[in-house]
Design a protein around this ligand. Structure first.
Ligand code: SF4
Length: 500
């Protein structure tokens, strides 16, 4: 009889149970629901719901082939399910889980699945680089996997169409008018999950943050494929131009909302990018939209996954700016109603209600605010990990420590991503109803992002003025007549820990 194969809760698609991946067709399967995972951290309730729902849906699909164990820990669950019989498992997605499976007798770790590039191929590529840059890696993946290529050259003659994909939202528009994204229908498995979560919470066993409304994201392969098809047919064409835009009344715009399905293993990145390329070849979506989507999946997602392993465990403690501030209660509680700043309130409300917001509110509203206020990057990373339905250690560590908080001092990106209110005003409709003004840096109506931006530049002037991409911005400080008043104002704001 074949060896039992262990599936983690983010290894739920067919790619993790294929003979090509080293798992025989008749291999028994074990899935373990570990309560310790939820006890350790205060996750968003919608995320806990989605992960448990997806695990239980996979178990229902596999029927008699699977042993589904509810245990306190993975170790205990595995012992109960298989005793000392040998087990295989695909390379887990976190360092903690990898250390665990390696520490268990009789567990053979098979190569990672769910990504386009193998670890060894990335390492070989990285060896030939002077600095690791996403753009160079992305071009390498495009060439290597023949994505949007013609006769060895990028289709359309250019690799990067970002300049076409930074449009502000259409003037006066309240919504983009895109077709609605796929909406799953909850079933009896979701009802059971909700009942269990209520019970665990009532018993004081676990605590969650955020709301668990109707499930918005796919929990099984069938739903994930429907979501992918709907995006490719109805939403991809309008994705590119407005991928960085933000609208208070249309928070999903034309985004794919596929990240949670990819990160649960329900979708394979290759089928997503090849599907998008096929839509372009059929003339049903413009190149900028398709390239923008391929860049997110085959570029950013792969790059982040690889860097998580490549940079090593010490990367977690990176703190180039020496930021030690703690996250205030209103932030931890996702208390959107307490916030007056409309950008933050809108985005916080969306995170509270859904566990998701797209990459620009994450980077240029939430992450930017945390960076400007000098919060501990490890605490910010943990918050993103817990509060987003698609958040996992491998996703959030490089994205937050490297990209959003620049805590690695530039190993991942060439400059800190933060801005004053002018950027948010240009890219959204948040500022019009806001009590603050994006062009005011001092006074009762001073925009916390505009004032926070200058305060951040001032605090780190010594290191930032040596960064070629920041020099001009830093020298802008010298033109500010009201800098002293601004710094006093921001110091007071930070001391109060009240929401802006
Ligand atoms: Fe945000 Fe400032 Fe605009 Fe208000 S004025 S929405 S705080 S950027």
């Amino acid at each position: 009889m074949a060896c039992t194969h262990w599936l983690f809760g983010d290894q739920l698609g067919p790619a993790f149970l294929s003979r090509l991946a080293g798992v025989p067709r008749d291999a028994p399967v074990v899935i373990i629901e570990s309560r310790a995972v939820f006890r350790r951290r205060r996750f968003h309730r919608a995320k806990a719901h989605l992960v448990l729902s997806a695990m239980r849906h996979r178990a229902a699909e596999l029927g008699d082939r699977v042993t589904y164990v509810r245990a306190n820990t993975y170790r205990e669950g595995l012992r109960r399910a298989v005793g000392d019989r040998p087990v295989t498992v695909h390379h887990p997605t976190s360092r903690a889980a990898l250390a665990l499976v390696r520490s268990l007798d009789g567990v053979t770790v098979l190569p990672a699945r769910g990504f386009i590039v193998r670890h060894e191929d990335f390492a070989a590529w990285a060896r030939g680089q002077r600095g690791l840059r996403m753009e160079t890696f992305y071009r390498h993946v495009r060439r290597d996997h023949d994505l949007l290529m013609e006769e060895g050259r990028p289709v359309g003659g250019t690799w990067n169409l970002d300049h076409e994909n930074r449009e502000p939202p259409p003037r006066e528009a309240r919504t983009l008018g895109a077709a609605a994204p796929f909406q799953p229908r909850e079933d009896s498995i979701d009802e059971d999950v909700r009942r269990d979560l209520d019970r665990w919470e009532r018993a004081g066993d676990v605590a969650f943050v955020g709301r668990d409304g109707p499930r918005l994201f796919p929990a099984d392969r069938r739903e994930a494929l429907s979501a992918l098809r709907r995006f490719l047919r109805h939403r991809l064409a309008g994705f590119g131009a407005y991928e960085d835009a933000m609208l208070g009344g249309d928070t999903t715009l034309s985004h794919s909302l596929l990240s949670s399905s990819l990160n649960l293993g329900l979708l394979d990145p290759v089928e997503c990018v090849e599907g998008a390329v096929a839509v372009w070849r059929a003339g049903e979506a413009p190149l900028n939209s398709v390239e923008g989507f391929v860049r997110q999946i085959a570029g950013w997602r792969e790059y982040v996954w690889q860097l998580y392993w490549y940079f090593g465990e010490d990367y977690r403690a990176s703190n180039a700016f020496g930021h030690t501030g703690s996250l205030p209660d209103w932030w931890n509680e996702l208390d959107a109603e307490a916030v007056s700043a409309q950008c933050l309130a809108t985005v916080m409300r969306q995170v509270r209600d859904t566990g998701w917001t797209h990459h620009i509110p994450r980077l240029m509203v939430l992450g930017s605010y945390a960076l400007q206020r000098g919060w501990d990057p490890a605490a910010v990373t943990d918050w993103f990990h817990r509060c987003f339905v698609d958040g996992y250690d491998w996703v959030m560590l490089p994205n937050v420590v490297g990209m959003s908080q620049y805590a690695d001092g530039g190993r991942m990106t060439t400059k800190p991503y933060t801005s004053g209110g002018a950027y948010i005003d240009r890219m959204s409709d948040f500022c019009r109803p806001c009590p603050y003004r994006p062009d005011r840096r001092v006074g009762d109506d001073a925009c916390p992002f505009t004032a926070g931006y200058w305060s951040f530049l001032h605090r780190h002037r010594g290191s930032l003025e040596h960064n070629a991409r920041m020099t001009r911005a830093v020298h802008g400080l010298d033109r500010l007549q009201d800098l002293r008043a601004l710094l006093d104002q921001e110091e007071q704001r930070e001391r109060s820990a009240d929401p802006p």
